[in-house]
Design a protein around this ligand. Structure first.
Ligand SMILES: [Zn+2]
Length: 231
């Protein structure tokens, strides 16, 4: 039943997110679905992404119970299996309380689109009043890839783990643009969003971003934990 490849993927994602400055505190989760089975890998609650090790990554069933461990996940685990059941296309989920993501979430709306690589989130971001799955289920549409949880953080979804992680890192960038640019900064017009979104997808920007995050995870891991270099 154990799948070491999937466990290692979750670990690499945690370290990558940490390398990008999204994993200094307790809280936040990364999960990957066990293909065609009602299970997924996620990590324990009591480690930051920066500290995560392979033994902290556990297999969970679709009730949110660890299959073979007494260690506890986050209390917020429920939306993972909830989303996996609702959206068969989603193979991986990332949630964080990254600083910029959380600051943007305090505006209680989807981020403004102010740059090219953020256009992938245009009309594909929902706002859920809370992180319990019954709130998310009502807000989440079939095509959404990001969820803003006001005064809390955000969730990104992917067809694979690299996609969910790279979307999360770029969502953080998107959030930072939204929070730091003044309210009267002009937002990208609808047609330009649609055109640029297509171009960004075609350019494979997000799969190249995942490769960059993997390199960064390796470069910042000192054998014990990730020491991020954040600008
Ligand atoms: Zn949270």
């Amino acid at each position: 039943m154990e799948n070491e490849d999937l466990r290692n993927q979750v670990l690499e994602a945690c370290r990558g997110l940490a390398a990008c400055g999204l994993g200094a505190g307790i809280g936040g989760h990364v999960s990957v679905r066990y293909r065609d089975e009602p299970y997924f890998y996620m990590h324990v609650f009591d480690r930051a992404f920066e500290e995560m090790q392979l033994e902290d990554i556990l297999l969970f069933d679709f009730e949110g119970r660890p299959v073979d461990s007494g260690r506890s996940p986050s209390l917020g685990i429920e939306f993972h299996h909830g989303i996996y059941k609702q959206r068969p296309d989603v193979q991986s989920i990332v949630h964080s309380h990254g600083f910029w993501i959380t600051a943007q979430a305090a505006l209680a709306r989807a981020p403004r689109i102010l740059n090219n690589v953020s256009t992938v989130f245009y009309e594909r971001t929902c706002v859920s009043p809370n992180d319990d799955f019954s709130s998310i289920a009502k807000a989440l549409c079939d095509d959404d890839i990001a969820i803003v949880i006001p005064w809390h953080g955000a969730i990104t979804l992917g067809g694979n783990l690299g996609e969910a992680v790279s979307r999360h890192v770029i969502f953080d960038y998107t959030a930072r643009m939204d929070v730091t640019l003044p309210p009267d900064a002009p937002q990208m017009p609808h047609e330009q969003c649609a055109d640029l979104k297509e171009l960004v997808e075609k350019a494979d920007y997000y799969s190249e971003t995942w490769k960059m995050i993997q390199r960064k995870a390796k470069a910042t891991y000192d054998g014990c934990r990730v020491i991020p270099v954040v600008f």
